[in-house]
Design a binder for this molecule. Structure first.
Ligand SMILES: NC(=O)C1=CN([C@@H]2O[C@H](COP(=O)(O)OP(=O)(O)OC[C@H]3O[C@@H](n4cnc5c(N)ncnc54)[C@H](O)[C@@H]3O)[C@@H](O)[C@H]2O)[C@@H](O)CC1
Ligand SMILES: Nc1ncnc2c1ncn2[C@@H]1O[C@H](COP(=O)(O)OP(=O)(O)O)[C@@H](O)[C@H]1O
Ligand SMILES: [K+]
Length: 465
């Protein structure tokens, strides 16, 4: 990945902060850095508009006092309203450095700008409803609103909203992204997300935000087989297999064979469609050592014939991408039935059918499932998580919600198979395919259908060469 942006849990963030303190940086110095970084963002966005800073009892509140002090020094009319006393050594110090009055949150007048520095990664339960309502009312009446680290009420690790959370203009993630910055529903609580560097070392992180991947053109001596031969095993619903084949064909792979149950026209003639009357034909057509990826699942069906076609793909020995009906068929057989080394692309329903109700955040669930299945997972949704059995994970957040239309999953599955054939690297293929999918959707604009993503793929790939 070109620019890996780390995503930490609350506990990992605390450990990373401790590592900074161990180098001799005092705790209060980190709070000054955090407050200064956030103050700069507020200054650039809101200038000298009047500002109300809401400060909680912990270090998030301490950041708030630093922000208030620094912006006041720049001539911003700043007021501070606190929720009781400050309780941590650093927040006490930050409060002592604030020369102005401290108002009560429930009686403070609204302002044009509001900073929420009530709670951050230390939040352990939802805000009292009266406080949450007050935060929502003050934020809604402000023209400019900023959440320091996280909006108060958001659970850092899961992204759950533990109490009512208002919509913010900007969320300033301090030091590193936390899971809630990328996961739903919390990732929908602001218009802009900015990560402020405060000198935290995140090099050991294993979970990252998906960034635009570097991709490479074919080499001069490449030919269609060296660039990757893909098979898409279709079934009952021919259109799904077609969509997946077309996506694979536009992914950079050298050749795509669509092993279909029924022959239907349409689509690029470059795709070789082969009719397979049953699982025997599928097995025979897959008997070619040059296949670098086999996709099965889109439109496969759930009957005996579908089961047999799936088995033929699974015994072929080729690298597998399993989607849609293939996942549903396997779910009935338990996790042990999932072939090790495959790439699985479940949506929420398929995930639960396969792995049950696993605990933890979507990242935790994806990682546990990848470990149990010994597979790469793309756990889809508006916050798609790629997880590997070795503990690596990647989150794609902010994709176009217009993707919530039939067939876009088939396109993604085809892209995964295509990139797997090109790269031979399952994790990399999953990352490249998911990024291309999101980028194609961005380029397609609004109200597109899955087919419209296909024409955007060449330009999306070209943008990464
Ligand atoms: N550790 C550090 O030195 C740094 C921490 N920073 C800031 O500190 C934050 C974390 O600070 P804290 O660990 O003090 O935690 P918070 O300031 O998020 O919360 C403070 C305390 O509030 C209490 N609490 C939790 N939920 C509550 C609720 N719903 N109602 C009432 N009380 C509740 C808890 O006892 C918690 O410890 C980060 O998000 C970041 O903003 C930054 O200043 C950077 C440096
Ligand atoms: N609200 C949304 N925002 C962003 N992406 C979405 C949203 N809803 C669905 N998607 C994406 O669209 C695709 C839908 O896949 P899937 O549910 O398998 O659909 P289908 O089976 O119809 O192809 C997935 O890649 C998913 O991540
Ligand atoms: K906050």
């Amino acid at each position: 990945m070109s620019k890996a942006e780390a995503i930490l849990t609350a506990a990992q963030m605390r450990a990373a902060e401790q590592a900074v303190f161990a180098t001799g940086v005092p705790e209060y110095e980190l709070m000054e850095r955090a407050g200064a970084a956030a103050a700069e963002i507020v200054w650039r966005a809101g200038g000298k508009r009047d500002l109300l800073v809401l400060c909680g009892p912990g270090n998030n509140g301490g950041d708030g006092f630093v922000i208030a002090r620094l912006l006041r020094a720049r001539g911003v009319p700043v007021r501070v309203a606190a929720l009781g006393e400050s309780l941590t050594p650093s927040s006490l110090k930050a409060r002592a450095c604030w020369a102005g009055p401290v108002e009560d949150i429930f009686s403070a007048a609204p302002a044009t700008q509001i900073v929420d520095a009530l709670f951050g990664t230390g939040l352990s339960r939802g805000l009292d409803p009266v406080l949450a309502d007050r935060l929502c009312a003050l934020t809604a009446s402000a023209g400019f609103s900023y959440a320091v680290d996280l909006p108060s009420g958001v659970d850092t690790d899961s992204g759950a909203l533990l109490s009512a959370v208002p919509a913010f203009g900007i969320c300033v993630a301090l030091g590193a992204f936390k899971s809630a910055h990328l996961l739903q529903p919390s990732a929908n609580c602001w218009q802009r997300l900015i990560c402020a560097d405060i000198g935290i070392d995140v090099s050991a992180a294993t979970v990252h935000r998906l960034s635009p991947p570097p991709m490479f053109p074919p080499k001069p001596l490449d030919h269609k087989y060296s660039r990757g031969l893909v098979a898409v095993v279709g079934g009952e619903m021919a259109g799904a297999g077609q969509l997946a084949s077309h996506a694979a064909a536009h992914s950079g792979a050298g050749m795509v064979r669509h092993i279909a149950r029924d022959l239907v026209g349409g689509g690029p003639d470059a795709i070789i469609t082969q009719k397979a009357d049953g699982a025997g034909d599928v097995g025979r057509l897959l008997n070619d050592a040059r296949f670098k990826a086999v996709l099965v699942g889109p439109g496969l069906g759930l009957d005996q014939d579908a089961t047999a076609r799936l088995e033929a793909a699974m015994v072929s020995g080729h690298p597998l991408v399993l989607d849609a009906d293939a996942l549903t068929l396997l779910a009935g057989k338990g996790v042990d039935a999932i072939p090790a080394g495959a790439i699985l692309t479940p949506h929420e329903g398929e995930f639960v059918r396969l792995f049950g109700d696993l605990p933890g955040s979507k990242i935790d669930r994806a990682l546990e499932a990848a470990r149990r299945a010994d597979a790469i997972l793309i756990y889809k949704g508006s916050d798609s998580v790629i997880a590997a059995p070795d503990g690596r994970a990647m989150i794609a957040s902010g994709s176009s919600a217009w993707l919530s239309t039939a067939g876009t999953g088939d396109v993604l599955a085809g892209l995964v198979a295509g990139r797997l054939a090109v790269t031979g690297d399952r994790y990399r293929a999953a990352c490249e395919a998911l990024w291309l999918h999101g980028e194609a959707a961005r380029r397609a604009g609004a109200a597109f259908v899955a087919d419209d993503l296909l024409v955007e793929l060449p330009a999306a790939i070209a943008s990464r060469l």
